[in-house]
Design a protein around this ligand. Structure first.
Ligand SMILES: Nc1ncnc2c1ncn2[C@@H]1O[C@H](COP(=O)(O)OP(=O)(O)O)[C@@H](O)[C@H]1O
Ligand SMILES: [Mg+2]
Length: 232
């Protein structure tokens, strides 16, 4: 086994522990906190028809606030453990994320494409999770920083590589070298890419002044690390 492969499998194991912990927290939040809040909401709804008008209005306002808090909690649970990945697979989970993030006025238009061969690769859950989290960070950066009118997200197979790309037509930015004091997002993204043996790069967009983020992962290395991971 090559040194690089040993490194990738070792880091994957570390991330596996962290992901298990996140899944456990998401389950606790669901089974305990969300269940408690749902029961409070039901009690509040029981009050909606009693009391005088100002009192009823207050109860309704409380209901709205509580419903919003529960929805925020569901988002947190989803970020901790994206169940759509288990149910739909990587491509559809990324597309569903785009649908959730980019609805509403003032947000950039997006186009998503996914090569059918991706599903046939049999990516492990951990590999899918890493790619999903990297994808959503790159997408979030477009929404937060790029000032773009549109962007494209692609998952494709090209020359023996799995390529995940996010290309926007925004303001662009110069090479984000590690440790240059920029936000945590890019560093986390690099860590996750390293954990699955992928390379990442930010380039000028080929079509505009914007940015093209690209992750490249050798399909051969990916299949090798899957079979090593299974033997452990
Ligand atoms: N697609 C993009 N277009 C323009 N600037 C970007 C893009 N992606 C990242 N950046 C720049 O890189 C910086 C660091 O990003 P990141 O580490 O993800 O920080 P944050 O946590 O603030 O999102 C951002 O503050 C922004 O200046
Ligand atoms: Mg970011």
């Amino acid at each position: 086994m090559t040194k690089r492969l040993i490194q990738v499998v070792g880091t994957e194991k570390l991330f596996e522990g962290a992901e298990d912990e996140r899944r456990r927290i998401a389950m606790d939040l669901h089974d305990q906190t969300l269940a408690d809040l749902s029961s409070i909401l039901r009690d509040l709804q029981g009050f909606a028809s009693v009391g005088d008008d100002p009192c009823r209005q207050q109860v309704q306002e409380l209901e709205i606030s509580l419903t919003r808090a529960m929805s925020n909690l569901r988002d947190i649970m989803h970020n901790l453990h994206p169940q759509t990945l288990d149910i739909l697979g990587l491509g559809a989970a990324l597309e569903a994320h785009l649908g959730r993030q980019c609805e509403g006025p003032g947000l950039p238009q997006y186009h998503f494409y996914c090569n059918a061969g991706i599903a046939a690769l049999g990516l492990s859950r951990l590999q899918q999770l890493a790619l999903y989290r990297i994808g959503i960070e790159a997408i979030s950066n477009v929404i937060k920083h790029a000032d773009a009118g549109r962007f494209e997200v692609g998952l494709e197979l090209r020359d023996g590589l799995l390529v995940l790309s996010v290309e926007d037509n925004g303001r662009g930015f110069s090479d984000p070298s590690p440790g240059d004091g920029k936000g945590r997002g890019l560093n986390n993204l690099r860590e996750r890419a390293r954990a699955i043996g992928a390379e990442v790069e930010w380039l000028g967009s080929r079509f505009s002044s914007g940015t093209r983020f690209e992750l490249r992962l050798s399909v051969t290395a990916l299949l090798e690390s899957q079979s090593v991971g299974k033997k452990d």
